[in-house]
Design a protein around this ligand. Structure first.
Ligand SMILES: [Zn+2]
Length: 143
C-alpha cells in the first residue's frame, strides 16, 4: 500500500514539473526582480543611508563605481561609514531610490529578460553586460 502511495506522489511531482514547464514565458516573468529601496534619513545638512552595503551586494558591481555614480548624481560628496553612507546635503528617499533604480537599469538589469543576474565582461576591448539567466550580451556604457 505504502509503495503505491510513493508511486502516486512521484507521478504527481512529475505532473507538477510538466505543468511548470508549460507555463507561458510571460507568466514566469511575473516573478520580476524588485530593485531594493534605500533606508535614509536626513539629519541636519546630511543624509544618512542605512544598509547600503546590502544593496551593493545585490548589484554585484564594484562599490567604487556605484559611489562614483552616486557622487555624480547627487553632485556632492559621499562618505562611507561602516554599513552606511553619509551624503553631504539633503536628499529625500524618493530621490535616492530613483538614483539606485537608474543604476540598476543602466548597469545591472538585463534588458532582455529583466533579471539582475548579470556580470560585466570585456569583449574585444569593449565592456558588455552578460546575463547569467538568459545568456544575452548587451552593451553597457560608463562602467
Ligand atoms: Zn537576461
Amino acid at each position: 500500500m505504502g509503495n503505491i502511495l510513493v508511486k502516486m506522489e512521484k507521478k504527481y511531482e512529475e505532473m507538477l514539473d510538466k505543468a511548470y514547464l508549460n507555463i507561458p514565458k510571460e507568466a514566469l516573468e511575473h516573478s520580476r526582480f524588485e530593485i531594493p529601496k534605500v533606508d535614509s534619513n536626513i539629519q541636519g545638512k546630511k543624509t544618512f543611508v542605512k544598509g547600503i552595503t546590502g544593496i551593493i551586494k545585490e548589484m554585484r558591481r564594484d562599490k567604487k563605481h556605484f559611489f562614483k555614480y552616486l557622487t555624480k548624481e547627487t553632485a556632492t560628496s559621499v562618505t562611507e561609514s561602516g554599513q552606511n553612507i553619509i551624503i553631504n546635503g539633503k536628499f529625500g528617499a524618493i530621490q535616492l531610490n530613483k538614483i539606485v533604480e537608474n543604476y540598476f537599469k543602466q548597469f545591472v538589469i538585463c534588458p532582455e529578460c529583466g533579471k539582475p543576474d548579470t556580470k560585466i565582461i570585456t569583449q574585444q576591448g569593449t565592456k558588455q553586460m552578460k546575463c547569467e539567466a538568459c545568456g544575452a550580451i548587451s552593451p553597457v556604457k560608463g562602467i
